[in-house]
Design a protein. Structure first.
Length: 509
């Protein structure tokens, strides 16, 4: 195995980080900003109640199904080229979405947004992985990236509320265009991708087809479970198809010469632990965004703008956890001693939310819960984002980055379906057993009590899921310093007999 190439760091890497962060913020914002605008868009375009979910679902299907493909494309084309193409395509799709004259046009635009987002997201993360190789600088860079990845969704709620309430729902799409224009300009003027580490072995077409079909079936299966039930024939059929396609994908990847997802990326226990714990943690996070949004707007009567601002303590906690706790300690303690406590602190915050009642005060319940959730998730996400690409060969950085996004996307789909189903079932059961209280409490008060009981029942599950995430981290994430990670990189080199690309330098704890 050759020695790791000594490449001088790009003097403009911090400026590049600013533009990468803008692109990442745009993608993360889009996950929630459209949710706020959906009721207005539904009325304007005459979308039925049965079809409105497709505005969200079609984006999730395209994004989740094409992430691995997008990650490998960035390894083939080059990350800068994929990053720029993703930005331009995402902006064009956003313009189409804003100008939509009917339901079909809007759904098509959302599918295109998802497809180009699947190209953009892994390219952005893998650019960080190959540009920031110094341990201290990498910690700071991923701290900023982690804060944006974690807190951007809440910012999307605020921005979406403002745009919908004071301008028009179409601006929740148009707002992406200036973001993309700034990031594209920065990509051309500032970003310089290191010359090493491109994958020139061609594209694994069978792998692309099987991975896309498998991930789309999995994401859509959870979507159908939410609407049709877990025992519905279509739901079961989709899950069976997902298992078959993904199992076939693993078999193909173990045999082809140029796999879409080299299994060496997954067989490292540290990266496997990161992917699994992040996916589960995102399920838990949906317990916050989904039900707290409903609670603040429906039960407490907050306007969209006020509800968006009500999430700011969590955003502040995310930024503090990522940049002040995670980034400062990542080079001093093993990653698991940041990630596991972070998930447990977030679980405590979620536990506070189980005390919610219709008349609970914001300061007494929601505020402290959000602070703990933000601090915990920010502290955990920061080393997780960085560790997910450590030890991989530069030629695999794009697909390893795509796996981070894939785990979160699948986790989000599971979270939406699973927690919504739990909440709905718990609410129905409670309403049936307490039907006598309906006359005493009044129709609105009883409905609020039913809804809150459903929310808290689902949030209890979210607490448990975050505890499981912490346990997975403590079990699988065992790296302590550069020696163990470097050894992992060496194992990857030996696995396929290739030595054409230097290993990405690893953290020093």
């Amino acid at each position: 195995m050759p020695e790791t190439a000594q490449v001088l760091p790009d003097p403009r890497r911090w400026k590049a980080l600013a533009f990468i962060a803008i692109a990442q913020l745009m993608v993360v914002l889009d996950a929630t900003i459209v949710n706020i605008a959906l009721p207005s868009a539904q009325v304007d375009l005459g979308i039925s109640d049965g079809n409105r979910q497709w505005v969200i679902t079609v984006y999730a299907l395209a994004f989740g199904g094409l992430l691995l493909f997008g990650g490998r494309i960035s390894d083939l084309w080059g990350r800068k080229r994929a990053f720029t193409a993703g930005l331009i395509g995402f902006a064009a799709a956003s313009a189409i979405g804003g100008a939509s004259a009917n339901e079909a046009m809007l759904l098509g635009a959302r599918a295109l947004q998802g497809a180009f987002g699947a190209l953009l997201a892994p390219a952005a993360l893998s650019l960080l992985a190959v540009m920031f190789t110094d341990a201290k600088e990498r910690a700071r860079a991923f701290g900023i990236y982690g804060a944006i990845a974690g807190g951007g969704s809440a910012v999307g709620l605020i921005l979406g509320g403002f745009l919908t309430e004071y301008l028009d729902w179409r601006w929740t799409f148009y707002v992406n265009i200036p973001f993309a224009a700034i990031a594209v300009a920065g990509a051309f003027l500032v970003i310089r991708e290191p010359a090493v580490g491109h994958n020139t072995r061609g594209l694994d077409i069978p792998g692309v087809i099987l991975a896309t079909l498998g991930l789309v079936s999995l994401v859509y299966g959870f979507t159908r479970a939410e609407s049709d039930g877990w025992g519905a024939g279509a739901t079961i059929g989709l899950f069976v198809a997902a298992v078959v396609f993904l199992a076939a994908f693993v078999v193909v990847e173990s045999r082809v010469r140029a796999p879409l997802l080299p299994l060496r990326v997954l067989t490292d226990r540290n990266r496997a632990g990161v992917y699994l714990s992040l996916g589960l943690a995102v399920i838990g996070m949906f317990g916050l965004f989904l039900f707290l949004t409903y609670y603040l707007q429906i039960v407490k009567g907050y306007t969209p703008v006020v509800a968006g601002f009500a999430f700011m303590p969590m955003v502040a906690g995310m930024i503090t956890g990522s940049t002040q706790i995670g980034a400062r300690l990542m080079n001093r303690v093993p990653p698991r001693l940041l990630m596991a406590p972070g998930f447990l602190v977030a679980a405590i915050g979620m536990l506070i939310l189980t005390r919610m009642q219709p008349d609970s005060s914001y300061a007494g319940v929601v505020l402290p819960a959000q602070v703990l959730l933000g601090l915990g998730m920010g502290t955990a996400f920061m080393p997780a984002m960085s560790l997910a690409t450590f030890g991989v060969q530069p030629r695999d950085a794009g697909v390893a980055s795509a796996m981070v996004n894939t785990s979160q996307q699948v986790g989000g789909a599971i979270g939406t379906a699973l927690l919504n189903t739990i909440a709905a079932s718990a609410a129905t059961t409670w309403a049936t057993s307490h039907a006598a209280q309906a006359g005493t409490l009044g129709k609105v008060a009883f409905a609020n009590q039913v809804a809150v009981h459903g929310y808290t029942a689902a949030i209890w599950w979210a607490v448990g899921i975050l505890v499981v995430s912490a346990a997975i981290v403590l079990t699988l994430v065992t790296t302590r310093g550069p020696g163990s990670a470097q050894a992992a990189a060496s194992d990857e080199d030996g696995e396929d007999g290739e030595t054409d690309a230097p290993a990405i330098p690893v953290l020093a704890h």
